[in-house]
Design a protein around this ligand. Structure first.
Ligand code: PLP
Length: 381
């Protein structure tokens, strides 16, 4: 089955006992056990729930992995995956990972003596140099947030395997419709399901997929032991959202391309970050490893134009945190997602005050361009 069909029919397709086309919301905490030591596969909903199970099988199939796990948020999924490590272990992490992922590594796992080094994972030599006996995994995002840096997942996974390291990829920006890290050699994929997979800005969720029985057993143990599981209703919403992922992503992709090109054509715009531009340093790698360029864009307004005025002049595009929903969202990385990074470091890596991030939604593209045009006109100081 091709992915467009798998999104709709993958995992557990419908309810066998009633014929219901959709998996019911099994709103139950426990299950009747007919006799001691006998059950129908479920004992308690932290350990397993049929609605969650349907989502877990679906994401495993979509990512081409051995098993999937659903959590109450992306951060809960990432926390569970990081719990595979122990004191004395060290992780190599991309230099531009999601702020919350960096925070849990830096402020929580560090307390348990799980260490990390920040590397530019677009540069294999830099990774190679950072590997020592304590390093157990490489944690990457591609593209990164907000500057859309690209890492060659296949090359990094190869290098990781040669050194007995796990490769963990946060695939939130791409989704399995556009990019399949496990097929490229990664061991574990994590998602904030809150974003494109759910797709409607109505559910917070997280997913993890592993490529082996051994990792599946260990991660299921952690999921059950630590308990950050996704509720049945939210699991249902995720399955419902995933059904339309292909059509949404196609529109996200084409809208984003039009918006990126439009921004680049404007004199008021200094720079546009979009991996779909042929002169983007990661363009060739992105083309090789993904089926599209995604719908995250960042751009810098020229001096004399105010990011504040721009954002406040938008009428259709919503100002807010998050991304990946059907509606277009605008955010200001320096004051929002990346505010915890000291200003001088922030500017050095390119997150200047006039940098604006767009999550391009699936509205009519003419309406989006008109909104952006209006805001640019009003941004002049
Ligand atoms: C949002 C996000 C997360 C965290 O997910 P939550 O669902 O908000 O907990 C992790 N990684 C990336 C790339 C994200 O965009």
């Amino acid at each position: 089955m091709k992915i467009e069909s798998l999104l709709i029919h993958g995992g557990i397709d419908g309810d066998e006992s009633t014929g219901a086309v959709n998996i019911p919301i099994y709103q139950t905490s426990t299950y009747k056990q007919p006799a001691m030591g006998v059950n129908k596969g479920y004992e308690y909903s932290r350990t397993g729930n049929p609605t969650r199970k349907a989502l877990e099988e679906l994401i495993a199939e979509l990512e081409g992995g051995y098993a999937g796990f659903a959590f109450a948020s992306g951060m809960a999924a990432i926390t569970a995956v990081l719990s595979l490590f122990k004191a004395g272990d060290k992780l190599l992490i991309s230099n531009n990972i999601y702020g919350g992922s960096f925070r849990v590594i830096d402020k929580v796992f560090k307390n348990f003596n799980i260490d990390y080094s920040i590397v530019n994972t677009s540069n294999l030599d830099e990774i190679r140099e950072a590997i020592d006996d304590t390093v157990k995994a490489i944690y990457i995002e591609s593209p990164t947030n907000p500057l859309l840096g690209i890492t060659d997942i296949e090359e990094v996974s190869k290098l990781a395997k040669e050194n007995n390291l796990l490769t963990i990829v946060d695939n939130t920006f791409m989704t399995p419709y556009l990019q399949k890290p496990i097929e490229l050699g990664a061991d574990i994929v994590v998602h904030s399901g809150t974003k494109y997979l759910g797709g409607h800005s109505d559910t917070v969720s997280g997913l993890a997929v592993v490529n082996s029985k051994e990792l599946a057993e260990r991660l299921h143990f952690i999921q059950n032991a630590t308990g950050g599981v996704l509720a049945p209703f939210d699991s249902f919403l995720m399955i419902r959202g995933i059904k339309t992922l292909a059509v949404r992503m196609d529109r996200h992709n084409s809208n984003a391309k039009a918006v990126a090109e439009y921004l680049r054509s404007r004199d008021e715009v200094e720079k546009v970050y979009y991996p779909g531009f042929e002169d983007h340093p990661g363009y060739e790698v992105q083309k090789k490893q993904a089926k599209g360029f995604g719908a995250m864009i960042a751009f810098v307004l020229k001096e004399g134009f105010s990011y504040k005025k721009f954002i406040e002049s938008l009428e259709l595009i919503t100002f807010g945190e998050s991304l990946g929903g059907v509606e277009s969202l605008v955010s200001h990385p320096a004051a929002m997602t990346h505010a915890s990074i000291p200003a001088d470091i922030r500017r050095k890596v390119g997150i200047v005050d006039n940098l604006i991030r767009l999550s391009v939604g699936i509205e009519n593209v003419e309406d989006l361009l008109e909104d952006i045009n209006r805001a640019i006109e009003k941004a002049r100081q």
